[in-house]
Design a protein around this ligand. Structure first.
Ligand code: PAF
Length: 285
């Protein structure tokens, strides 16, 4: 496995793969890797000739500088894990390598067709502009046949699908396929997240109420309306000392717009557990 830190070195490696007729699977990450990422990488290794993993804490998608500063970083440990599961290349650039000063300081513009106006987009203005900026750049640089993303960030995944569908009309990303990968949970139910590293032992215990409530809501949805279930989830989580719901929206899985039917619906939650902002979701049908 090779660790590449420049776009030039990455592009040379990609050209070599292309000349040898090898397919590339890309797993974009911000590092602090856990079993959720490992699942994506194992799949990418299996389904492609070469697996490239990017490890880059993308500054342009953070609208909270404190969150950016505190985001866990550990390239050495990440590289060790990636080597053990068969990644061929790790791309770990600095922000200066990825962006010019101008790019760093201006908001990347993209037509999200409204997908960024709800939930995470509403709470974190500019967040998805930064995500699309970095992901599209990674696609241009690595020319993957497949790219792997986790469903925990469901809205991110919907936006990336939208970006690729729009760009593929112009042929930008060739025959790129976006592979949706289910949420990986601890046996306790807690959705794996790099942010879990910031939870104390007590907070980790408290956070279990989030997935427990989401799973209970599957049962509630059999006898209650969408509005009733939405409110019950919010009230149940808020009743736990140490948890505070930022939003719980039950939306259509494609449009991400609020729906009054459970058919093709997904419930997306963001909860503060102490100072740590956690997200999770559950599909109703
Ligand atoms: O999901 C993430 O970790 C990030 O948003 C991504 C897709 C790697 C882009 O920085």
């Amino acid at each position: 496995m090779q660790i590449l830190t420049t776009k030039q070195a990455l592009q040379a490696a990609v050209s070599e793969c292309q000349q040898a007729g090898k397919t590339i699977g890309l797993v974009p990450t911000m590092g602090a890797l856990h079993e959720g990422h490992a699942t994506l990488v194992r799949r990418a290794v299996k389904e492609n000739d070469v697996c490239i993993v990017s490890v880059f804490v993308n500054p342009t998608q953070f609208n909270n500088q404190e969150d950016l500063k505190k985001y866990p970083r550990n390239l050495e440990r990440d590289a060790e894990l990636l080597r053990s599961i068969g990644a061929a290349y790790v791309f770990a650039p600095t922000p200066e390598e990825m962006y010019s000063a101008e790019e760093m300081n201006t908001t990347f513009q993209f037509d999200f067709a409204g997908l960024d106006q709800v939930m995470e987009g509403k709470m974190r203005p500019g967040h998805f502009n930064g995500v699309v900026q970095v992901v599209s750049r990674l696609f241009y640089l690595t020319k993957p046949r497949r790219a792997y993303f986790g469903e925990k960030d469901f809205q991110q995944l919907a936006i990336i699908h939208h970006m690729v569908e729009r760009s593929s009309m112009a042929g930008s990303f060739g025959d790129l396929e976006i592979v949706d990968c289910p949420i990986v949970r601890e046996t306790s139910g807690l959705a794996l997240s790099s942010r879990n590293e910031r939870l104390s032992a007590q907070e980790r215990e408290t956070a279990l109420a989030i997935s427990r409530t989401l799973f209970a809501s599957l049962e509630w949805s059999k006898s209650q309306t969408v509005k009733e279930v939405q409110q019950r989830v919010i009230d149940t989580i808020n009743a736990v000392p140490g948890l505070e719901v930022e939003y719980y929206e039950i939306v259509d899985q494609s449009s991400l717009l609020p729906t009054d039917r459970f058919d093709h619906a997904i419930g997306c939650v963001t909860v503060y557990c102490g100072p740590v902002r956690l997200i999770d979701n559950i599909k109703y049908a």
